[in-house]
Design a protein around this ligand. Structure first.
Ligand code: SAM
Length: 304
């Protein structure tokens, strides 16, 4: 079969042509801002360090602007799109490529382990590369990380402020529970910032490309992951409050002042510090000691 010639999708003229041909109108509620700058696409792909022996999962291919560049750089591309109206457009725009598989569905609801096993099992290294819909950035990132998908990297275009929060270091104003949650699973860096003008329609915010390199094992050893994240969330619950106050009101309950003090003493943390100054290792110490206290209390029938 002779496949049609590839014409770059990520140009304003080709994008307009496709949108008009199919009478497509953008849905803001689905975070639809399509890339129209081939240079940005090349830069995203170079951050992802793809090669023919690697596979890629793309979330939200839109009309295929990034998908096409991924098809040229990787061995296989699995692209998940929620908006059914885009499927016929993708069929036309990606017709020149035989290494792409489009899956229709909501990435938050799909069984990604199964999809990877079904479509990409021939590849040892799989990365996620995507220009994410901004309304669901954090749930998507957390799903990819918490489900422990066998991924090498996650390279995603997201809102600049969110990228800064994900990659923030302890003590900075952007550091919060999202930074801890992501950095627990991955090394995070902001690879580049991207102006609003490279999208159609133009979003109200600037964007950045976040580069996550997944760790072989979590950054710190914790007894109980759920408990670790509960402790982290409690410590950040009210940013202006001290560790002592946040733990008292959001984890222990206000009648347990002494237990909070003795927990903090046991791990050598100053009760007057704020959650935003704690490193992952300090959160792990705190959570592990809390887990130990709970176990001790449970066996002695005390309440913690
Ligand atoms: N990749 C294209 C590009 O760069 O031009 C489009 C990116 S656009 C920011 C986000 C895409 O994600 C849209 O195509 C949208 O329909 C799709 N999308 C939104 N929510 C989704 C979800 N829950 N699951 C899968 N795709 C989704």
């Amino acid at each position: 079969m002779v496949r049609p010639q590839a014409r770059d999708i990520a140009t304003l003229s080709r994008t307009r042509e496709l949108l008009e041909k199919y009478g497509f109108s953008f849905k803001k509620s689905l975070g639809q801002n399509f890339l129209i700058d081939p240079n940005i696409l090349q830069r995203i792909v170079s951050v992802a360090q793809l090669s023919r022996d690697k596979a890629v999962v793309e979330i939200g291919p839109g009309i295929g602007a990034l998908t096409e560049v991924l098809c040229r750089a990787a061995g296989k591309v699995l692209a998940i799109e929620i908006d059914q109206r885009l499927l016929p457009i993708l069929q036309e725009s990606l017709a020149p490529y035989d290494n792409v598989q489009i899956v229709h569905g909501d990435v938050l609801k799909l069984d990604l382990h199964r999809l990877l096993a079904e479509h990409l099992s021939a590849y040892e290294q799989v990365s996620v590369v995507a220009n994410l819909p901004y309304y669901v950035t954090s749930p998507i990132l957390m799903k990819l990380l918490e489900e422990r998908l066998p991924l090498e990297r996650i390279v995603v275009m997201i809102q600049k402020e969110v990228a800064a929060r994900v990659a923030a270091e302890p003590g900075s104003k952007d550091y919060g529970s999202l930074s801890v949650a992501v950095q627990f699973y991955a090394e995070a860096e902001v690879a580049m910032t991207v102006p609003a003008g490279v999208f159609i329609p133009r979003p109200n915010v600037d964007s950045a490309v976040l580069n996550l390199r997944l760790r072989e094992r979590p950054a710190v050893a914790v007894e109980d992951e759920q408990l670790f994240f509960r402790v982290v969330r409690a410590c950040f619950a009210q940013r202006r409050k001290t560790l002592y106050n946040n733990l008292l009101h959001n984890l222990f309950g206000k009648e347990n002042k002494e237990q909070v003090i003795s927990l903090l003493q046991a791990v050598g943390l100053d009760p007057m510090r704020r959650g935003e100054t704690l490193s992952l290792a300090e959160f792990a110490r705190l959570a592990n000691e809390f887990a130990r206290l709970r176990q001790a209390a449970a066996s002695g029938n005390e309440r913690v």
